[in-house]
Design a protein around this ligand. Structure first.
Ligand code: SF4
Ligand code: SF3
Length: 608
């Protein structure tokens, strides 16, 4: 069948090859092609801006922001609105022409820079992913492009809080310009690494913007139940939108709830001042079909991920920023940077209160400052052996059944492991009540996917405190779930920090060719995931040979080995059925019975 489109930028791409007829995400071929065209004209604008800078022409801040905005529009599950994308293509060409008219040297400009918007279909047939013939070159170019899309999203959020770093904008424009050239693998690989370095910079910029505006996230219990007032649900990643909405809903008797990636807003001190900011409703993005239905009130999508809405609640969906869906009301930003959410407020007043789908609390807020304030406790726990390993399980959630792996993996982790997470991946295990170690929860949620930056800072700090040479010597393993392009920039950022042995799942990106995967394996020891049992053996080789530890509760030891009772009785344990066996560790019980714990461990671990 002839390709009507070609998109392989996300983890759910058809057959783990590419969506060629319609997107698994619901994107039509027309939308996909318009998004390719928007990327193409954005590359053209970037080339013109690079030349303008060379000639000393000033590039306006709003033009830099246009580049980020355009890239953001094309992120998975952000924009499905052909009219909005078409208008953005025209606006971009218009802005490009304004700079083009000012520059003198036009001879070396690319076709994209010179294309004037005459015939969309003609241009679409010449561009797109497959226009790069060599699959390895294509693979690296798309890896950079998707990294830039993630970078653009984070840059846009920082910009919304009036935080800018023009070096990042120039880097993005430089890369968009480079991507139009005939480059070799040897030329592209350093650009991939550079993209990762700028990934760290953009996440640091956003962290600075968020924490200087809203304070440092702190350990917080977030209500997951509901109240009786009508509510507005806010999803996506844009904290500024949430702030504006909370201000405008003050005193209206309308409650505001977060969904999916907006959950971490509750961790910031600033947002705690709003009594009507009630809690988090539901789970990760892909559950929205049921959860938006039962929420009953209007829903604001500030960024990805939007699932094409069902007719039954489509009239309650409002989009803003880079998000768009035909037939859903879009809230624009005015010249003062303010958005008018009165339509949502009016709408909410006519709606019933949300239907309760769960009750209780979840805990989070473990970004860098909060974790560093617990550093002494954590280092003590590492040194005493009570925490043996950290497992970074950051990234995205998604609808593929194979992602059940992450819940099962979290449940199977030894009791002395702590999960470090960020992004919507957390919804696979943040309600499992995995317990705590000396008051430190076993799931430490740093926040949104961009807060993976916090996880990197925590790792660097631990390296320093523990006096280690290399970040890879830390007792940390990486088992990251990806879905869309923000996860791509997070991955590249971790690689640029020298992190090795990252496991990426549930599938490796379809846009990576076999040769590029080999390269990543050879240089960074990246790999995919297997089944939980095999991965447990891989991450915890000591468990297969040394399954038993002195921290294990006596009853667990007895259940796990039919010969254990015999071994303990022979060693001098008088009674094994007493209540203490349910709570005492092997070490404590050995102490009480005057038995040497090491001898017992040796016999148990030798498989007797
Ligand atoms: Fe397919 Fe993902 Fe592209 Fe959507 S974003 S069209 S699901 S590859
Ligand atoms: Fe999730 Fe879309 Fe990636 Fe920000 S909301 S992590 S998938």
């Amino acid at each position: 069948m002839e390709n009507k489109m070609y998109c392989f930028q996300c983890q759910e791409t058809a057959g783990n090859v590419a969506c060629t007829q319609v997107g698994v995400c619901g994107k039509s071929a027309k939308t996909a092609n318009l998004q390719d065209l928007l990327i193409d004209v954005t590359k053209g604008l970037a080339s013109v801006l690079m030349q303008a800078r060379k000639e000393g022409i000033e590039v306006l801040c709003e033009t830099n922001q246009m580049i980020s905005f355009n890239l953001f529009i094309t992120i998975t599950n952000a924009n499905f609105d052909d009219q909005m994308i078409t208008e953005q293509i025209h606006k971009t060409i218009q802005v490009k022409n304004e700079y083009l008219n000012q520059i003198e040297e036009k001879n070396h400009l690319s076709e994209s820079a010179l294309w004037n918007g005459e015939n969309f279909n003609d241009r679409i047939s010449q561009i797109g992913v497959l226009s790069t013939q060599n699959e390895d070159i294509r693979s690296l170019k798309e890896l950079i492009t998707y990294g830039l899309k993630g970078m653009a999203a984070y840059n846009k959020h920082a910009n919304a809080l009036h935080t800018y770093n023009e070096e990042i904008d120039i880097f993005m424009q430089d890369m968009l310009n480079e991507l139009q050239k005939d480059l070799t693998l040897d030329q592209l690989i350093p650009l991939v690494m550079k993209t990762g370095e700028y990934g760290v910079k953009v996440m640091a910029l956003l962290d600075e913007a968020n924490t200087s505006t809203y304070g440092h996230p702190e350990m917080t219990e977030v209500n997951i139940g509901v109240r009786n007032n009508p509510g507005i649900l806010v999803s996506g990643h844009d904290l500024k939108d949430l702030e504006i909405l909370l201000e405008q809903t003050k005193g209206t008797h309308i409650d505001v709830y977060t969904h999916s990636e907006m959950l971490p807003a509750h961790y910031y001190p600033f947002f705690k001042q709003y009594d009507h900011f009630v809690g988090n409703y539901g789970n990760a993005w892909w559950k929205q079909k049921e959860e938006f239905e039962s929420f009953n009130g209007p829903i604001l999508l500030t960024t990805n991920c939007l699932v094409p809405p069902k007719a039954s609640y489509k009239d309650r969906i409002y989009t803003t920023g880079a998000v768009g869906f035909e037939g859903c009301k879009h809230i624009p930003i005015n010249e003062d940077g303010i958005k008018d959410f009165s339509a949502l407020i009016k709408h909410a007043k006519k709606c019933q209160a949300p239907t309760e789908i769960e009750t209780g609390h979840i805990i989070g807020g473990f970004a860098h400052e909060q974790v560093l304030s617990l550093a002494d406790k954590i280092v003590d726990a590492i040194q005493s052996g009570d925490i043996k390993k950290f497992v970074v399980m950051a990234g995205c959630d998604g609808r593929m059944k194979s992602r059940q792996y992450y819940e099962d993996f979290a449940k199977s982790l030894p009791q002395d492991s702590v999960i470090l997470t960020a992004g919507c991946a957390k919804y696979k295990y943040n309600k499992l009540n995995l317990g705590e170690i000396h008051g430190i929860p076993r799931v430490l949620d740093a926040g949104q996917c961009n807060d993976s930056y916090s996880l990197a800072l925590i790792a660097l700090k631990l390296k320093e405190v523990l006096g280690l040479e290399d970040i890879n010597d830390l007792p940390i393993v990486y088992n990251i779930a990806w879905y869309e392009q923000k996860a791509v920039i997070v991955l590249l950022a971790l690689l640029s920090l020298g992190v090795k042995n990252i496991h990426l799942g549930p599938t490796l990106p379809a846009f990576l060719s076999p040769r590029i995967i080999d390269f990543l394996v050879e240089h960074f020891q990246i790999s995919g995931i297997q089944d939980v049992e095999s991965d447990m053996k891989l991450f915890y080789p000591e468990l297969s040979s040394n399954m038993y530890s002195k921290n294990m509760i006596v009853s667990e030891v007895l259940q796990s080995n039919p010969n254990a009772a015999q071994i303990l009785i022979e060693a001098g344990f008088g009674c094994l059925g007493c209540p203490a066996s349910q709570t005492e560790s092997l070490e404590e019980a050995c102490f009480v019975h005057g038995v040497d714990v090491e001898t017992i461990l040796e016999r148990l671990n030798n498989g007797e």
